[in-house]
Design a protein around this ligand. Sequence first.
Ligand code: SF4
Length: 297
Amino acid sequence: MPTSPPPLDLVLSQGSLQDFVDCPRRFQLRYVLGQPWPAEAAAPALQTERFLRQAERFHRLVHQHLLGVPADLLTRAASAEPVEAELVEAEPAEAPLARWWRHYLASEPAAAPPAARRYPEAVLSAALGDYLLMARYDLVLAYPDGRTAIFDWKTAQRRPRRAWLAQRLQTVVYPYVLVEAGEGLFGGRAPAPEQVEMVYWFAEFPLAPERFAYSAEQHAQNGRYLRSLVAEMERLAEAAEVWPLTDDAQRCRFCVYRSLCDRGRTAGRLEELEMAAEEADELEIALDFEQVAEIAY
Ligand code: SF4
């Protein structure tokens, strides 16, 4: 018997699910309707772009290092970051990229025995109801004893609190997909939940990574939560022309759709995005966690 197609034509990710949780209308505009972005997310635009470019370059440097490119070659590349005239006054003594790279080399966040296998920039997808749930990992590290660590590099100026990180969709989705679809990476058997750990490593706070252990119970709970989000999306797709707008107007300050929603025209400032992490409330460090979370270069 022919089956009817799902109500939404989507591949889901931690980023899109986070949008849905933060504001269903943002999810609808961005992923369901494919609405072009009418406004910048944060001001000033030049500083925002530069932040994103440096974060992207840092991810690329680490990727190349994990693939075996000698560190001294990459150090020269990290030191060659051009200083743009508009930002000279605000420039600290050492450019962020060079500092992040120095921290990375000094702290060796992904140090492991030679027999460990490294999978940088791995992409996996698992079924979630009628949809695919995709995860793009900065690094998956498989230790010889069967343990598996997921590493994610973060370049925000403020270190988020553990409680804030714990409820991020990235912390839910990454281990979930690895357990559900890890055999595609390891060529045989996916790791058991108890063998998986999620590690956030902060380039500005290299000695203070945040680690989340995983378990069968957490995995089952994550699965229920993710399926409930999909069910709610499908319900809205059937029932609502305009999906609900967030009640938290603070979110709108850094949202590219604020003019469409009549929630203001002026972007929030980059520094305020970074403040949000320190406060660890529902405000997001949007640039680092939304736009840099799944960098593809
Ligand atoms: S401006 Fe506010 S209400 Fe509109 S999509 Fe963005 S976050 Fe949601």
